[in-house]
Design a protein around this ligand. Structure first.
Ligand SMILES: [Zn+2]
Ligand SMILES: [Zn+2]
Length: 364
């Protein structure tokens, strides 16, 4: 069958929309008609040339849609089911998979580096040439074939444009606070970066009951959204030092780097109190390194760690997030930015690169 998709050929080159050949769903796979796909920082790493992955490829890994057809033996999903994609189609058999941490699966991570599915295939081609799939997914397309295990049902009542955000930014950001750091009620939190993921870290910290949530971002529009979502104080990067010295001279209990650059990690770690925890949430560009002083870990007993995909199994964490959405504790609507059709992919990428305060969506 055929599907239209946004094809990425390399950094600095515009995306092209092509009609690709798409293989029918095999046993255990489902065909999903994509409704909305968010542009994530991970996609932008490829766009900016900060990661080198095979091309031509279809990027996009944060999306929601409707199951259109199912392959042989699929009983857990039916045509018409509304689903969120997980970008972790892991092997299901290794130690990490069995421990409920599919995003750590070595087979999956090899596939992500190769821009294929875990079995090495992509099921996509253009005039006979293989087309690769970003983050083992490739969602910037009208139709996509994925394992039934990563087409996660969302049930009724959540618009698909909002549901798309659950697939990466929300699971990652809320999970960082709830499952990776396990923020304690009454604690103090610093969130560095109020982009798509950072806003969800703020909400996760609020849901966990943090008493103080400081959010720092250079863009005022983002700071305003963070303040509405639960940040008790917001600051420009230039104002942060003064604010912290006045209000949290010993640092905060939990600091999150939602950007993933050594400079932002340094900021988050600097303001982590003795015995506190600093969590890197954003993925750094390839080759970046941190400069660390071991005394921070010995004398000050600080913990520096990272989290991938919310440190949880998306199939288990998604229902938790859906409960928070339905109870009004987790807001998705305010996280939506401008939305573009598939043919507007280059405008969508430009809006995301410009730092849109809300998530930029493509609605194929
Ligand atoms: Zn993502
Ligand atoms: Zn595995």
């Amino acid at each position: 069958m055929k599907t239209r998709a946004a094809v990425f050929r390399g950094a600095g080159q515009p995306f092209e929309v092509h009609e690709l050949d798409l293989e029918e769903p095999r046993a255990g796979e489902v065909l999903v008609r994509m409704a909305a796909v968010g542009i994530c920082g991970t996609d932008l790493h490829s766009v900016k040339g900060e990661w080198n992955r095979p091309t031509p490829s279809v990027l996009g890994h944060e999306g929601a849609g409707v199951v259109e057809a199912v392959g042989e033996g699929v009983s857990s999903r039916r045509p018409g089911d509304e689903v969120v994609l997980s970008w972790a189609p892991s092997c299901g058999e290794c130690e990490d998979c069995r421990r409920g941490r599919p995003a750590r699966c070595v087979t999956l991570n090899r596939a992500i580096a190769a821009s294929t599915l875990p079995d090495g295939s992509t099921g996509l081609s253009l005039d006979g040439e293989t087309v690769y799939r970003g983050t083992a997914t490739g969602a910037l397309a009208e139709r996509i074939v994925v394992s039934e295990r990563v087409a996660l049902p969302i049930g009724e009542g959540i618009p698909l444009e909002q549901a798309a955000l659950l697939g990466c930014a929300a699971l990652t950001g809320v999970g960082a606070a709830l499952f990776a750091a396990r923020v304690e009620s009454g604690s103090s939190v610093l969130v560095v970066g109020a982009g798509g993921v950072g806003q969800f870290v703020v909400q996760g910290a609020r849901i966990a009951g943090a008493a103080e949530i400081v959010c720092v971002d250079p863009l005022q529009a983002r700071r305003e959204v963070a303040a509405r979502l639960g940040a008790t104080r917001v600051a420009d990067p230039d104002e942060l030092k003064g604010l912290m010295k006045a209000e949290f001279p010993d640092g905060v209990d939990y600091a999150f780097d939602a950007v993933g650059d050594p400079a932002t990690t340094e900021t988050a770690f600097r303001w982590t109190r003795s015995g506190g925890m600093c969590v890197i949430v954003g993925l750094p560009a390839a080759g970046k390194r941190l400069d660390l002083d071991p005394v921070d870990f010995v004398r000050r007993e600080r913990v520096l760690t990272g989290t991938i995909y919310g440190s949880a199994d998306p199939a288990v964490a998604l229902p938790v997030l859906l409960e928070h959405v339905r109870a009004g504790r987790l807001d998705l609507a305010s996280q939506l930015g401008p939305s573009f059709p598939l043919d507007g992919i280059n405008e969508a990428i430009a809006a995301a690169l410009a730092g849109s305060p809300g998530r930029v969506l493509v609605t194929p």
